[in-house]
Design a protein around this ligand. Structure first.
Ligand SMILES: Nc1ncnc2c1ncn2[C@@H]1O[C@H](COP(=O)(O)OP(=O)(O)OP(=O)(O)O)[C@@H](O)[C@H]1O
Ligand SMILES: [Mg+2]
Length: 485
C-alpha cells in the first residue's frame, strides 16, 4: 500500500472517524466561525483516553485502538472542516472584542446514545485567527489539570464537560506560570456545546440581531428542544438558562470548587461547566479563597461565584434584548437566588447524609456546619469525608459519640460550636427510624468521596510525570476518582 492508501485505510477503519458526525453548527454558515487547520506536531504520544465516555458515543473501548486516538486527535487526519468559533466576552469586567477560539476548534459534533448532541472541541491544536500573541498551544500540565478537574467534578455530580483524550505533542512551551520550557499537549473535550455567552455578546457588538435570532433558534433547537412548541420560547429559554446556571453555581459551591475565571467567554449557553485553567478545590472554608494568581481583586473568589454568575446572566440580557423583552428577562433573573439557595441546601444536606430534611432543623444544621467549617478551618472536604468514614448507628444514642474516632479534633476556640453541631446532628439522626441509618451511611459515602483533588494531590501526580515521565500515579488517581473511592 502506498501512503495515501494506508491513510485512507486508517480513516475507514477508525471508529472515531466513522461516527455519525452532524454538521449542526457548520450549517449556520461562516458568520460564526473560521475554518482552520490543525498544527503539525513533532510527536503524538497518547497520554490519556477516556474509555468511560466511549459507550456514550456508541463505541466499545476494545474496538478503539490507541492508534485510532492518535490518528484522529493527534495527527488530525481524516476529518474536516475544523471550525474556530468566534466569540467575545467580558473578562474581569472589561469587554474584549478580540477573543474567539485561539488555541482550539470545533472538531465535530456527534449525537450521544442518550440522544443529546455533543461537541468535540480541541485545546492546544495550534494557532487560529484568534490567537493574538499566543502560541495556540496547551501545556501538558494544563491538559493533566483539565482532565482531572472534569472527571472529579463529574463524579461529584457537577454538570461538566469531560475530556475524551489528551495527547502529548512534543513541543517546548514558555509560560510565566510554569517552570519553562514546559511540555505540550492537545486535548479533546466533550461539551454539550461550545456556544458561550460571549458568542451572543459578539453578535450584539456587531449589531446583527438577524444573526442573534438565527443562533438562538439553533440553541433552542439543539439544547432546549422541549421549548420548541412554546409560543414565548425565547423568554422561556432565558428563564431556563437562569435556573441551569444557578444550579451549576450551587454545584460548584457544594463541591468546594473555585472555577477561577468566570469571564463570559467561559460561560456555556447550555449552563454546563467547562474550561479548567487555574481552578482549585478549596482546602478550607474561606469565602475569599481565590484560585487565579492574576485575580488581584478577588473578583472570582470562591464565595463570589453565585453573584458573578448572576451578573454574567444580567450582562447577557444586553446581548439578547434586541430579540427578547428585557423586562421579562429581568423577572426571570429575579429567581436566580431562590434557585441557587434551593439547590445549594439540597446538595449540602446530601453531603451531611440526608436526602430529605425537615425545616427549620435542616437550615440550622447547614448554618452551624458552615460556621464550624469557617471558624475551625478544618479541611472542607476532610470534614465531610470523615463523617462518611466514621459514621455509625450508635451516633443516635449519644451526641458524645458523633465523630468519635475521627481526626476532627476542634481547638478550644471552636469546641462550643463543635459540641452544638454534634448535639444537633444527634438530634436529627433521632428524627429517623433506626433502620434509616444505613441509608444515611450510603448517602454520606456517595456524596463525599475520599479522594479529593486538592492542589497538593495534583502536584503529587504531576511531579513523577515531570521528573521521570511516570504516569502511573496520574492513572491511579483518575481511576480512584472515576470509581468514586
Ligand atoms: N496559548 C494560547 N494561544 C492562543 N490563544 C490563547 C492561548 N491561551 C488562551 N488563548 C485565548 O485566550 C482567550 C481566553 O483563554 P481561556 O483560557 O479562557 O480559554 P481557553 O482555555 O483557551 O479555551 P476554552 O475556553 O475553550 O477552554 C481565548 O480566546 C483563548 O483561545
Ligand atoms: Mg476559555
Amino acid at each position: 500500500m502506498n501512503q495515501a492508501e494506508t491513510s485512507n485505510n486508517e480513516n475507514t477503519h477508525n471508529p472515531l472517524l466513522t461516527l455519525n458526525y452532524e454538521p449542526a453548527l457548520a450549517s449556520l454558515g461562516d458568520d460564526y466561525y473560521d475554518e482552520v487547520m490543525a498544527a503539525d506536531f513533532p510527536q503524538t504520544i497518547l497520554r490519556w483516553r477516556n474509555d468511560a465516555l466511549l459507550p456514550l458515543l456508541g463505541l466499545h473501548p476494545q474496538t478503539v485502538t490507541d492508534q485510532d486516538f492518535i490518528h484522529a486527535f493527534g495527527k488530525f487526519q481524516g476529518r474536516k472542516p475544523f471550525l474556530a468559533l468566534r466569540y467575545h466576552g467580558y473578562q474581569f469586567g472589561e469587554y474584549n472584542p478580540h477573543l474567539g477560539d485561539g488555541r482550539g476548534f470545533l472538531y465535530g459534533q456527534v449525537r450521544g446514545t442518550n440522544g443529546e448532541l455533543y461537541d468535540f472541541g480541541t485545546k492546544g491544536s495550534g494557532k487560529t485567527p484568534y490567537s493574538r500573541g499566543g502560541d495556540g498551544m496547551l501545556t501538558l500540565k494544563g491538559g493533566v489539570r483539565e482532565v482531572l478537574a472534569a472527571e472529579a467534578l463529574h463524579q461529584l455530580g457537577v454538570r461538566t464537560s469531560r475530556c475524551l483524550t489528551m495527547i502529548e505533542t512534543g513541543l517546548s512551551l514558555w509560560r510565566g506560570d510554569e517552570p519553562s520550557p514546559t511540555r505540550s499537549s492537545v486535548m479533546v473535550r466533550l461539551n454539550s456545546s461550545h456556544i458561550r455567552f460571549g458568542t451572543f455578546e459578539r453578535l450584539h457588538y456587531l449589531q446583527r440581531p438577524d444573526l442573534t435570532t438565527k443562533l438562538l433558534d439553533h440553541v433552542i433547537q439543539y439544547y432546549y428542544s422541549h421549548l420548541l412548541r412554546e409560543k414565548n420560547q425565547y423568554v422561556l429559554f432565558y428563564a431556563e438558562l437562569v435556573k441551569r446556571v444557578a444550579e451549576l453555581a450551587a454545584q460548584w459551591m457544594a463541591s468546594g470548587f473555585c472555577h477561577a475565571v468566570l469571564n463570559t467567554d467561559n460561560m456555556s449557553i447550555t449552563g454546563e461547566s467547562f474550561d479548567y485553567g487555574p481552578y482549585a478545590f478549596i482546602p478550607t472554608y474561606d469565602p475569599y479563597f481565590t484560585a487565579a494568581y492574576f485575580d488581584y481583586y478577588r473578583r472570582y473568589c470562591y464565595s463570589h461565584q453565585p453573584s458573578i454568575c448572576q451578573l454574567n446572566l444580567e450582562m447577557l440580557q444586553e446581548a439578547l434584548k434586541a430579540i427578547i423583552d428585557q423586562a421579562e428577562m429581568e423577572s426571570a433573573l429575579a429567581k436566580f437566588n431562590e434557585y441557587y439557595q434551593n439547590q445549594y441546601r439540597l446538595l449540602m444536606w446530601k453531603k451531611l447524609g440526608f436526602e430529605q430534611l425537615q425545616l427549620p432543623a435542616a437550615n440550622e444544621l447547614l448554618n452551624l456546619t458552615i460556621q464550624f467549617l469557617q471558624d475551625s478551618q478544618v479541611g472542607y472536604h476532610h470534614f465531610f469525608s470523615e463523617i462518611a468514614l466514621t459514621f455509625a448507628s450508635p451516633w443516635r444514642d449519644d451526641p458524645a459519640l458523633v465523630l468519635k474516632g475521627s481526626d476532627i479534633i476542634p481547638t478550644s476556640e471552636v469546641s462550643n460550636i463543635f459540641e452544638n453541631w454534634c448535639v444537633l446532628y444527634h438530634k436529627i439522626l433521632n428524627s429517623f427510624a433506626p433502620e434509616h441509618m444505613d441509608v444515611i451511611a450510603q448517602t454520606l459515602a456517595e456524596n463525599n468521596p475520599q479522594t479529593v483533588l486538592l492542589r497538593p494531590i495534583i502536584e503529587s501526580v504531576w511531579e513523577p510525570i515531570a521528573q521521570e515521565d511516570n504516569w502511573q500515579p496520574f492513572n491511579d488517581l483518575v481511576q480512584k476518582i472515576q470509581s468514586k473511592s
